[in-house]
Ligand binder design. Structure first.
Ligand code: ZN
Length: 305
């Protein structure tokens, strides 16, 4: 098993300090501290410096947009409060106080250039802000939801129901047999791009069962969920998945594609997989190290069983 804390986006560098979340007076003071750390996002995209690194602001970030929802991410090792602000979708960067100092960058590309702490903080803020944006109304009565608990909950103003941010478990897996592993591709991916297969866990099943079910549904490969080997997991803010990685011994090797899910799938040897990971395979390439798929493929490729 690989340590999930080593996964990109998954580092746990700050204390979430959940006991602070309902203390409005403490939060109001903390976000004004001269040493407070604030990152800002717009539409889930983090604001980054021209060199690509995440930009950390002090309390002056509060002047960017009055009333922007705030999220208390926690306290760093020195006890410094860490916040995120969700700037409005129409926030006009060119007309703002930070014009010319950076840009809102695509999360995938931005995260690849961030430190472990920055990537985790931006990942958490992106998931929560996107969740609030798509949960403005109460699922019980249709009333307007408000943000409470420093960004970690929503509450209906009409009926008082509390709503909790969701995390969707996804199984992501390699089936392996006789020194080969199965990789596949979706038709809208760039030519030659191949990855692990993956699918959402359904109500009433275990994540291992989801891995085996998806493997059979998408590629016709039979796997025994009790043989699933857990590798690691990774939060994946698109918008709120928890990717749980497995390697599964396959019972057959005849591929039967579900064309609604996959365009193609094929078995590759360890030597081929190492070339794919290194970028030296003439035909195929795979997700970058930001994604857990890369690590699952690498764990298997570097084994000598
Ligand atoms: Zn309600």
């Amino acid at each position: 098993m690989t340590n999930s804390n080593d996964m990109p986006l998954a580092a746990k560098p700050i204390d979430r300090a959940a006991h602070r979340r309902s203390d409005e007076a403490w939060l109001d003071t903390a976000i004004q501290r001269s040493d407070t750390l604030i990152l800002v996002l717009r539409n889930g995209e983090p604001f980054c410096a021209p060199d690509g690194g995440l930009t950390w602001f002090g309390p002056e970030a509060l002047r960017l947009s009055s009333g922007a929802p705030r999220l208390f991410l926690g306290e760093d090792k020195a006890g410094t409060p860490v916040f995120a602000l969700d700037l409005p979708p129409r926030f006009d960067l060119d007309a703002s106080l930070i014009a010319g100092t950076g840009s809102f960058n695509d999360f995938r590309q931005a995260a690849a250039r961030m430190t472990a702490m920055d990537a985790n903080c931006a990942c958490t803020a992106r998931s929560l802000f996107l969740w609030h944006q798509s949960h403005r109304f109460c699922a019980k009565c249709g009333g307007q939801n408000g943000v409470i608990d420093a960004g970690w909950k929503a509450q209906c103003a009409l009926c008082g129901a509390e709503h909790f941010p969701r995390t969707d478990p996804v199984a992501i897996m390699l089936a392996v047999k006789d020194g080969r592993a199965l990789i596949g591709r979706q038709k809208f991916w760039p030519p030659g791009f191949m990855s692990c297969l993956a699918g959402y866990c359904e109500p009433g099943e275990t994540i291992e069962q989801a891995a085996a079910r998806e493997m059979f549904e998408e590629a016709g490969i039979l796997c025994d969920p009790s043989q699933a080997e857990y590798i690691a997991c990774q939060p994946w803010p698109f918008p709120s998945s928890l990717m749980m990685g497995f390697i599964l011994p396959a019972g057959n090797d005849e591929i039967r594609i579900d064309s609604a899910e996959l365009e193609s799938a094929r078995w590759v040897s360890r030597a081929e997989m190492r070339e794919i990971l290194d970028g030296t395979h003439g035909e195929l390439f795979c997700p970058p190290p930001t994604a857990i798929a890369h690590h699952i493929m690498k764990v298997w490729a570097l084994r000598d069983d």
